[in-house]
Ligand binder design. Structure first.
Ligand code: SF4
Ligand code: MG
Length: 336
């Protein structure tokens, strides 16, 4: 598969009165055409900011693009100005967020809001845009499109509003869909329906998806590949199977033990990760997880662990992977 999005050594900070918050620190990853990727981590780990930085959604200042290159579909969009970015947002890259109520316009009918996006990015008449809007409601599984199209957001349930957001995000057939906690506000049944819908649409349109979530439980089914972030850095990345079945980083172990799975085969007790993430005004010189890690060694406080490759697709940044490190039992590996 071809590379659609290539993020290289991204550094993004916020300049505040209290100092520089180093929110994204040397983050590199790729998304292939038609691939679904999840970025997971606790709140404040930099997962949302990473994608906001890619899309240049934050006001600058206080946001500051410090370094790195972002190449989308062959174009170096990190060099784009705001006008060029606007042309891409909503057309080539669609976005959906946790709370559709804040992204939908309460004073405009759902149909008009979908049509609006189509009109902004495509050369069609208003009538054609409305017709497409109606088709999009069908696509995202909103029944009675004929009637629904003239309703306002408050007349929709939470799940239907999220479907409407997906309709807006996909209206221009984007190559990439970024979904930031798209199901967090929904109850579990509706959550599963929305995830199913996203999976179907991804297959149908061959859209790449980047799903941002604090909840590893929701990504098992939808993501082919997973990036685990901590304190603004990628600490482990692998295929969904590698992360769920052979996780290597103690933070990933903690995450997996602390979240219920939607498919809930594992009925084990949930254990929260004790402690809080480090201060991003002054990130630790060593491993960012050291203060909370049960396996921390002296070196962990002194130097950043390099990435080691478990497989071609599985990378982990942890000193336990060093050939001289003591062997610890991986709680997720079966005894050999
Ligand atoms: Fe724990 Fe050290 Fe690995 Fe960091 S590098 S996760 S502190 S063992
Ligand atoms: Mg967030």
């Amino acid at each position: 598969r071809e590379v659609l999005l290539d993020v290289q050594n991204l550094e993004y900070s916020f300049d505040t009165y209290a100092g520089e918050v180093k929110a994204v620190r040397d983050v590199s990853f790729q998304v292939m055409k038609g691939e679904s990727l999840a970025i997971v981590g606790e709140s404040g780990c930099g997962k949302s900011v990473t994608m906001q930085a890619v899309m240049r959604l934050n006001p600058e200042p206080p946001g500051r693009f410090k370094g790195g290159r972002i190449i989308f579909d062959g174009k170096e969009i990190s060099k784009f100005n705001e006008r060029q970015m606007q042309a891409i947002r909503g057309s080539e890259i669609g976005m959906i967020f946790q709370d559709p109520m804040t992204s939908l316009n309460p004073t405009m009918t759902i149909g008009k809001q979908i049509a609006e996006v189509i009109l902004k990015h495509q050369k069609v008449t208003r009538a054609e845009a409305m017709k497409k809007a109606k088709e999009m409601l069908d696509v995202v599984g909103i029944p009675n499109a004929e009637r629904r199209i003239n309703q306002y957001p408050h007349e929709f349930s939470g799940g239907m509003r999220q479907r409407a957001m997906i309709a807006i995000a996909l209206a221009c057939r984007p190559k990439l869909l970024i979904a930031d906690e798209p199901t967090t506000a929904l109850d579990v049944t509706i959550q599963a329906q929305i995830l199913d819908l996203m999976k179907d649409l991804q297959r149908e349109f061959n859209t790449s998806i980047i799903m941002i979530t604090h909840d590893l439980g929701v990504v098992a089914d939808i993501a082919e590949r997973i990036i685990v972030m901590y304190a603004g850095k990628i600490i482990e990345t692998g295929t969904s199977d590698e992360i769920f079945k052979h996780p290597q980083h103690p933070y990933t172990w903690g995450l997996l033990k602390s979240v219920p799975r939607l498919d809930a085969q594992n009925k084990e007790k949930l254990v929260p990760i004790v402690g809080t993430p480090p201060d991003l005004f002054a990130p630790p010189v060593g491993c960012p997880f050291a203060a909370r890690c049960n396996y921390a060694m002296k070196v962990c406080y002194e130097a950043q662990p390099e990435y080691t490759n478990e497989t071609d697709t599985h990378k982990v940044a942890c000193w336990l992977k060093h050939p001289y490190a003591p062997k610890v039992k991986n709680p997720f590996e079966k005894e050999a």
